[in-house]
Design a protein around this ligand. Structure first.
Ligand code: NAD
Length: 468
């Protein structure tokens, strides 16, 4: 019997097949999660479809239930955060922040309404525009922020009157299964079903005839497969995909004053953050100062198991990701880059990689051209701001970016020229429930968060009342 059953129709459900979840800090198996069978997937979809009808009919109940979900997350924060650190690897303080932020998303959406809009009201007709829920939503999440990114989908989807089948990543299913169980005290049976299984479960979910929309967060490669499968049944899709965020530091700011903030904007969650700084552009005249300052922070950052409160950087989530980062660093060195930080092996059976600052990296190196999604940051020198902007935009990604400078008006003018969904000034990786989050180019399709995110879980209905 699994300690982490799936939740289907409000009840705990196990399986005869299992997936093993490891603790990345040790590499040891930690727990098993059920592998959802096709019949169980059908049961989850049918349950969601049944429950959605009465759920859609009562907006006041939904508002209250979302407040309850926020309360459930806050009440059980320590338990969920501890489990998140074990399966994901992040330091316990970051896990607590993630669960707290997820609760904030539920609170935000509980208070957001979609009023009927009147677009004409005259002697000829009254025309009203109503938002209707879509039906069943399939939500698919990655392993880097399993609960926060689930809340970006669940809160607006449920608020708008949809029901949801949530499928977390096989690397981090346990916390999603746990919140599925905890939320049974806040949500009617079937409104939220949580299923788990290997990656092969993903295409079964996206091809299933019941959901009217797939809300997906993950890699660009998988996102394109999701769009292809969803096209066959003309499901809507929201795709939040990869990023290769550039930060451009202008020449009017003191490196010492921002080095710490730049470092943690890149190494947040060990770089396994879609909106981490992944390429840092600094003026050539101050290049050495930035490399030295960031390398010093990297070399004094405390690495260890996330369960230790002193830890600042935990392991990477899985061995494939650790090996990818190692391969990208090796390739950069072969291309002429210099490692400016301690590159000795970290003695552990877990999936650790020391935070690595790379200097003198050509733009053609894979660690610059691709999304590294790990603790290796290339620092790139530029001679003119126009050149920095052109190089920052020279990528197939366009998730976010930032510009750093003392003159914030000048910095904002530069930020305005970045081709990305979010452009920050003097900060990075600071999403808000109120602000639209969207990727341009290969970083995604559609929008999450704010009223725009809520609208994306609805179908418009025009009600045209002719005056007789
Ligand atoms: P991934 O694409 O490997 O997996 C994401 C999810 O898709 C998992 O639940 C997985 O089981 C499922 N899946 C796998 N194959 C599938 C298929 N064929 N059909 C349907 N579902 C399938 O991504 P990952 O490695 O878990 O996450 C890392 C990636 O996610 C990075 O590229 C990162 O930038 C991106 N990401 C983006 C955002 C954003 O908001 N834009 C946020 C976090 C992570």
């Amino acid at each position: 019997m699994s300690d982490y059953p799936m939740i289907i129709d409000g009840k705990p459900v196990t399986s005869t097949e299992w997936i093993t979840v490891e603790n990345p800090a040790s590499g040891a198996p930690y727990a098993q999660a059920p592998a959802c069978t096709p019949d169980q997937l059908d049961a989850a979809m049918q349950s969601a479809a049944r429950a959605q009808i009465s759920w859609a009919a009562d907006p006041a109940h939904r508002r209250h239930a979302l407040q309850e979900c926020a309360a459930v997350l806050s009440k059980n924060l320590e338990q969920i955060a501890a489990l998140l650190t074990i399966e994901q690897g992040k330091p316990i303080a970051e896990s607590r922040r993630e669960i707290g932020a997820a609760a904030a998303w539920f609170t935000y959406y509980s208070a957001l309404d979609q009023p009927v809009q009147v677009v004409q009201d005259d002697a000829a007709a009254r025309i009203e525009v109503h938002h209707k829920p879509l039906g069943v939503i399939a939500a698919i999440t990655p392993w880097n922020y399993p609960i926060l990114l689930a809340s970006w989908k669940l809160a607006p989807a449920l608020r708008a009157g949809n029901s949801v089948v949530l499928k977390p990543s096989p690397f981090t299913p346990l916390t999603s299964l746990l919140i599925g169980r905890l939320f049974t005290e806040a949500l009617p049976a079937g409104v939220l079903n949580v299923i788990s299984g290997p990656n092969e479960l993903g295409p079964l979910v996206t091809a299933h005839p019941t959901p009217r929309k797939i809300s997906f967060t993950g890699s660009t490669r998988t996102g394109k497969q999701v769009a292809e499968t969803a096209a066959a049944t003309l499901k809507r899709v929201t795709l939040e995909l990869g990023g290769n965020d550039a930060a451009i530091v202008l020449d009017d700011i003191d490196p010492g004053a921002i080095a710490e903030k730049l470092f943690w904007s890149a190494f947040i969650n060990n770089g396994q953050t879609c909106i981490a700084i992944k390429r840092l552009f600094v003026p050539q005249s101050a290049y050495d100062k930035y490399v030295e300052a960031l390398a010093a922070i990297a070399d004094t950052a405390v690495l260890g198991a996330g369960t230790d409160p002193a830890t600042q950087l935990g392991p990477l989530n899985n061995p494939a990701q650790r090996d990818r980062v190692t391969a990208l660093v090796d390739e950069a060195v072969r291309s002429g880059a210099r490692i400016a930080t301690d590159s000795s092996a970290f003695d552990s059976s877990g999936y650790f990689h020391r935070p690595t600052i790379l200097a003198d990296v050509p733009d053609s190196a894979r660690v610059v051209a691709e999304e590294q999604f790990g603790p290796a940051l290339p620092i790139l020198g530029y001679d003119s701001v126009d050149e920095a902007i052109a190089r920052a935009n020279s990528t197939e990604f366009g998730l976010a970016g930032s510009v750093w400078g003392s003159d914030t008006e000048r910095a904002q003018k530069v930020a305005d020229r970045l081709e990305c969904g979010t452009a920050w000034v003097n900060t990075h990786a600071a999403p808000s429930p109120r602000a639209p989050f969207t990727g341009v180019k290969d970083s995604g399709l559609g929008v999450e968060n704010g009223p725009w995110g809520l609208d994306s879980y609805t179908q418009l209905q025009t009600q045209y009342i002719a005056r007789t």
